[in-house]
Write a protein that binds this ligand. Sequence first.
Ligand code: HAM
Length: 478
Amino acid sequence: MSEPTNGNAGSFDSAERFASESFCSAQDDSSEVGTTSGLSPTTNDQRPKMIKAIRGTRDLLPPETALWNFVELTARDVFRAYNFHEIRTPIFESTELFARGVGEETDVVSKEMYTWKDQGRAESDKGQSLTLRPENTAGVVRAYIEHKLWERGLNKLFYIGPQFRRERPQKGRYRQFYQIGAEVIGPATSGSESPARDAEILELLATLLDRLGITGWELQLNSIGCANDRAKYNEALREALEPVKDKMCVDCQRRAVTNPLRVFDCKVPEDQPIIEKLPRISQFLDDPCREHFARVQEILKSVGVEFQLNDRLVRGLDYYTRTAFEFTHGALGAQNAILGGGRYDGLSEALDGPAAPGIGFAIGEDRLVMSLGKSVDDVLRKPDVYIAPLGPGMNKEAARVARELRRQNLVVELGDENFRLKKSLETASKIGAKYALISGENEISTGVFALKNLSTGKQESVPRADLGARIQTDSEEK
Ligand code: HAM
């Protein structure tokens, strides 16, 4: 590493200017800003109302998006280690898919879906009821059936993308939110029913949260049994609810008859003491379900993933069977579930597919980002170098230098020949570049550049061919 030189008087004109340029007034640069629109000025009351993002939706802006990218890249790495592959299903599907897959009586389907009648031109499309996906499991299972994915044996699929629910917006709850999810599905002969798959999914999640640096999460675990257990349990719930249902909210009065398990989704405070006394699913599991659940717990203990048994956890979607789980985090407040999931051994058949046991989860990415202990600065890669083209005609030369450096995997920000050096340096500091590099006529003709370290203020002369390595070495040192 060559010693930095300060100013190196007389050798490089621009290097000198680099070191000595005094910061002049902002109006020097006003011509570059220009006016923002050609619209004639309006007074406040004439101005049309500003169009804003719809309630419950939001713009994710840089630099915060760096946290989202960090989460998604880490998730992709973890999925790779567990041999999961990405699936991308459409953002809207036929309404019937969710009605049949997720369940008519669930809050998601009965209250929260964005549904519309298609205005399609073709007769076959007209009037078709479509829905923005409120979750992705039903779509993945539809794709499994449609593309005969059972022919591939066990499918280990993951997805990252937006979901839509018309819920009352609050901290951690949005109408467009993002999920990172995974599904393991296949014929029983592929091992899809094995408790080893449940435990593997849970261990994957613990690994991902650890890798993201999220501490303080809690895994809540339950088994909600198979269809047989559920029938017996629903009967017991109906009986228990019969004498008390009239004291409950209207939703619960209806659920008590149509789908008593859904009473557990009730958030009305006055209903909670009644719900607290209802029989628990754990008393109704048959031997195979009990055994399956015991095996899942055994593997979790073996791999050191801690969990809390919670037999009130039934999850809010109808397709679940056997293992059901949520990871909660204390820092999130009321919406404390970072993720949820479970087994859905009958879902494929409910959608007219073949028997295909499956298990999966979806992480609420919005909530995951909120519970990250990291700041943008921890994950953002700032520009390695800001190139300042100096003087008329220098943009084209600076573009070549930028191209050379970007090819060496450096993050390069490029200025403009119309900027004064002072403005370039200000900009370079503002965006957090490690170096500023002047690209003026002198540098281009001599092939030696002034490279200024913006944190130490030191500058040195570096031959063009060595620039990449010089900047790289320093980036690695940090
Ligand atoms: P879910 O519990 O409905 O399950 O959603 C999973 C996660 O998505 C929740 O734990 C939460 O973190 C996040 N989430 C849900 N609604 C919102 C919202 N309005 N705003 C922000 N985040 C939200 C499912 O969606 C299942 N498909 C999971 C699954 C996959 N089960 C088996 N496979």
